[in-house]
Design a protein around this ligand. Structure first.
Ligand code: CA
Length: 140
């Protein structure tokens, strides 16, 4: 079975690295976009199996990205998990209404996020938590 492809839309390079470490350890192939415009072009190019989407992005926020995905027949079918530092209040409902499958608050819990991903992909829930620390600056 080939690895599932996950597109991560996130403007913070350290957070992108955190995703990369966690998802690689769990045998996902990762691709990245750092703003809302490249989110759509990368999604078209990579045809990922799942998308992780930040809300606070340059060039239009995550809600605009959700709208653009929804307006594209090929992209509308890809499950999106919104991962944001924004308040659950209001944002979760808005994201789900806009087509997201789940809303996770930052900082995310690794096993919660991995469980959601495998659920969305219809995979058995096998979570591998690397003992390596996330390479956030505050960890060094
Ligand atoms: Ca952000």
């Amino acid at each position: 079975m080939s690895n599932k492809k996950i597109l991560i839309v996130e403007d913070d390079a350290d957070v992108r690295l955190g995703y990369q470490v966690l998802l690689k350890a769990n045998h996902y192939d990762t691709f990245f976009a750092a703003d809302s415009t490249s989110a759509v072009s990368e999604a078209r190019k990579q045809q990922p199996d799942l998308i992780i989407l930040d809300l606070g992005l340059p060039a239009g926020d995550g809600f605009i990205v959700l709208e653009r995905f929804r307006a594209n027949m090929n992209l509308a079918v890809i499950p999106v998990i919104v991962v944001s530092a924004r308040d659950l209040q209001g944002n979760k409902e808005r994201a789900l209404k806009a087509g997201a499958k789940a809303f996770v608050q930052k900082p995310w819990d690794d096993s919660e996020l991995l469980t959601l991903i495998s659920e969305q992909l219809g995979l058995p829930n096998i979570v591998y938590l690397s003992t390596a620390k996330h390479p956030y600056p505050e960890d060094t």
